[in-house]
Structures are given as structure tokens and as C-alpha cells.
Design a protein around this ligand. Sequence first.
Ligand code: ATR
Length: 271
Amino acid sequence: MTDRYGVFGNPVGHSKSPMIHADFARQTGQDIDYEAIEPPVDALAEAWRQFFADGGRGANVTVPFKADAVTLCDTLSHRARRAGAVNTLIAGGNGLTYGDTTDGIGLVRDLAFHRVSLTQKRVLVVGAGGAVRGIIEPLLNEQPASLVVVNRTAAKAEQLAEDFADLGAIQGGGFDSLKGTFDLVINGTSASLTGELPPLPDSLFAPNAWAYDMMYGAEPTVFLQWAGPRGAKLLDGLGMLVEQAAESFFLWRNVRPETASVREMLRQSLN
Ligand code: ATR
């Protein structure tokens, strides 16, 4: 019997998840159907109930529902509770849903795919919104020398650093608090969506540093266009998208799909 999965988002038409999971299923011989579901922005609960009542086995959750999903899950993974976000749902027995987040693992796996080590490196994260909350714990687990979080609204970065301080060396502040250079700078703001650039100093990158934008598109983001001439090697968030999907697929099906060919296919689909 075909098992039913899906992604809740609004808008969801642009989502690459159906394409990615269809490829994973083909590769691994899993009999699944994966659909895009677009509930009204204030009505996730109703669509969710319907989906699982109709036999849905699991789902992804994307913008703008990742925080709402936390309140609808019956149980949460430790990391989802800490992140305050859910991107993966699993139907348990008795109509219960379990929520987890694979975004941070997706980022760390993508960095590993590109042989970018975090251990003992100085890492800067720009932004302190929902997307950034999801990546902090997995980043700290890699034991960087330090993790600095800067945000336009400094208080949000300070709060975030306080919330994760028990997990490792993390500091938060405003852009004016930035000092020194970094081996990896991750743009986790939504500024790329509007073609804006966070106010970063020119001398931000250490030799051989990487610039990573969690967004991606057919063209490099404004942040990556800025970082290239300043000496950084560049990565966008396409690989993170594929790796977080692979981890969701693994949680659902207990099979690990291969990701290199899916990255390639997705990159080509952008052109
Ligand atoms: P998401 O779910 O994508 O994280 P969010 O929670 O609304 O969305 O967070 C957006 C993040 O991008 C915030 O860190 C925001 O900074 P503020 O907290 O000061 O609002 C950041 N951001 C958005 N536009 C920005 C810009 N033009 N320059 C710098 N930071 C920006």
C-alpha cells in the first residue's frame, strides 16, 4: 500500500520537497506519495487533523507553520522543543503526532558534504529568528572554538545566546559588537529574500573562510555576492534543503537516500 506524506506550507507551490522526496522514494524503492498541502495561514490545525485522520504517515512543515506546529504535536524531540520549531511530523499510534526538526542537522551535513569542519573554528551566525534557532544546537555540538550570533535587534541575539549557553561557547549581540575575523559566516536572516544585505564589516573573513547563506536561488544571494570579493568560499542553502529532507526521509522510512544526485537535479531545476 502506498504511504502518504506531505508538506504543509503557505505558499507551498514553490516547495522543492515533493520533487526531492519523489526522487528519494524512487532511489530507495519506497512506495510513498508526497503532496504539497496549503492550509490558510491561520488554519494549520484543521488541515493537519484531516491529513492524519485520512491515514497520513508523516509530513514536513515549512514557512509559516514551523512554530505553530510545536503547539500541535503531542510529543516533541528534545531538539525541536529547544529550537521552538518543527519541520518533521511522524504519525505515531493512537492518532498521536511526534514532532522533530532536521534543519540544523541538514546544515551540519551539508557543511560536512563540502568538507567544512566546524571543530575549533570561529563561527558567526547572522540573524536570530526562527530559522537560526533551529541550527544553534547542532552547530554547538560540532564544538566550534566560539559561536557568535549577531542580529539587527541585538536583544534577540542576546536572548538566544542565553537560551543555548549551557551547550557551549556562544555569545550574542548587535552588529556593532562584532570583533575579529571568522572561519565560517552563516547568513540566517531573511534579508536575502528582499535582496538586502545585513550591515557587516568588510574585514570579516579569516583566510580560507566560508560564507554560507541558508537561502538559495538561481543567482547567488546578495550576501554571497558581497562575500565572494572579500575572499570567502561560497555555499548556499540548497544542500541544506536536500540534507534536511534526507534526514526526514530517514526518520520516516529508516532508509538513508543518496543526496549528491538530488543536489545536482535541484540545481539544474533552478536554471
Ligand atoms: P525566519 O523564520 O526566516 O528566521 P524571522 O523569525 O522573522 O524569520 O527572522 C528573520 C531574521 O532576519 C531576524 O533575525 C531579522 O532581524 P530582526 O530580528 O532584527 O528583525 C533578520 N532580518 C530580516 N531582514 C533583515 C535585514 N534587512 N537586515 C538584517 N537583518 C534582517
